[in-house]
Design a protein around this ligand. Structure first.
Ligand code: ATP
Ligand code: ATP
Ligand code: MG
Ligand code: MG
Lengths: 230, 230
């Protein structure tokens, strides 16, 4: 359902281009659970942004559920994202002037078509998502009134609220203590059991061990891709 | 050299006040190496901001090198910070429109008195700090042209550039893979050997094991404070 073929991404920065991804081949079946690992700067977030239709490759092909999306317009990509993909950003990307609840409501408000929840359904859905990540008592706090790990969890709740078929999570437990991390990983395991495709970036081996397959990046290249011996 | 007595911090948020810290007693001698741990939302960053003179307690006393700073003005606190303290923020707090190098130059430009480096010294110092954290080839990138772990390392370089006597690091390896984490922890170990007081927040037991003493927070209270059996 996800296939990257010879995908490269070059950032053109003044004189020195940065080859963030080089000739990536990656196939992901529906319902898989994959951990992406690699050193700082190896290209993990760049890969996640392309997978999440937030960025286009410089070259190569991206086939998502049968559609060749590498040349889609911004609007076409936005439609796919809203309908199919939940994205947890490495740096959360919360809107600073809105409360946790408002931030989680946004994807519900923007949804179109069959994914869209009715007006009466939207608020309870957002509230439930926040309770699921342990923030039932923080709904009216704005991001700067939340701890780092609480902001991260708002970002996770927001990614789940449209019931996406693909969850892309860039270091979803980076700011969490081990107890709270376990709660989040139990939630992701539950989603995986329901058939959702889960792709997460982590630098933590304990977190990676929850996945069924591990892909390792180094300098923009996949250096290994194998099943997790759990 | 650092002494908190009965320090509390309450955030007044509409109806429900949040008691982020409650009656904290903490003594830190010059040259100690301490890890602060605890669950998400337990008060670690709040404690670090008070220690770093970025915030005042709601009640209680803070004695820093013999001065009672809990009632100092913003300017007086800023002067202490610039002269004595290096702070690595949990969310980096880099200025988005400046390059990595400009960000690291800022504390050098703002330094006053004996800490201040001469104009010719400032640029090489900033460049060295960036090389120390492995970013010699990323000096002219702006934050959104850097990976998460690279931004974190710019924040670390910036905290070190005025040769502070106290380094406060709020999850300094949260966005780093294990290899890069080791490099940063080796750097912190080196600073500790030079006599700098190091206080770091981490939720990672491997990182905490580098410290000589571990303080654990839960719901704004210190629940344990003991030497690390290394
Ligand atoms: N400005 C604020 N207004 C209201 N509540 C706040 C504010 N800042 C923090 N809080 C609350 O205070 C508590 C402690 O926050 P703090 O950032 O110190 O936690 P932490 O231990 O650093 O957590 P984490 O590990 O997630 O970073 C949290 O429950 C948070 O919601
Ligand atoms: N907009 C940009 N312009 C130039 N270079 C960029 C840009 N964005 C990222 N880079 C560079 O591309 C490389 C890959 O970045 P990416 O964010 O994908 O790394 P990462 O594997 O997610 O790292 P981390 O583990 O630190 O988050 C890095 O070396 C980074 O400096
Ligand atoms: Mg990244
Ligand atoms: Mg914190």
């Amino acid at each position: 359902m996800i296939e990257l073929k010879e995908v490269s991404r070059v950032y053109d920065l003044d004189a020195t281009p940065v080859h963030a991804l080089r000739g990536i081949d990656l196939k992901v079946m529906s319902g898989e659970y994959i951990a992406i690992m690699g050193t700082s700067g190896s290209g993990k977030s760049t890969l996640m942004h392309i997978l999440g239709c937030l960025d286009r490759p410089s070259s190569g092909k991206y086939s998502l559920n049968g559609e060749q999306v590498q040349n889609y317009s911004q609007d076409e990509l936005a439609a796919i994202r809203n309908k199919t993909i939940g994205f947890v950003f490495q740096q959360f990307n919360l809107l600073p002037r809105m409360t946790a609840l408002d931030n989680v409501m946004l994807p519900l408000i923007y949804a179109r078509g069959s994914v869209r929840a009715s007006k009466e359904e939207q608020l309870p859905r957002a509230q439930n998502a926040l309770r699921l990540v342990g923030l039932g008592d923080r709904m009216n706090h704005r991001p700067n009134q939340l701890s780092g790990g609480q902001q991260q969890r708002v970002s996770i709740a927001r990614a789940l609220v449209n019931n996406p078929k693909i969850l892309l999570a860039d270091e979803p437990t980076g700011a969490l203590d081990s107890q709270t991390s376990k709660e989040i990983m139990t939630l992701l395991e539950e989603l995986f059991t329901q058939g959702i495709t889960v792709i997460l970036v982590t630098h933590d081996n304990d977190i990676a061990s929850y996945a069924r397959r591990v892909v390792r990046l180094k300098d923009g290249v996949i250096i290994s891709d194998s099943l997790n011996n759990r």
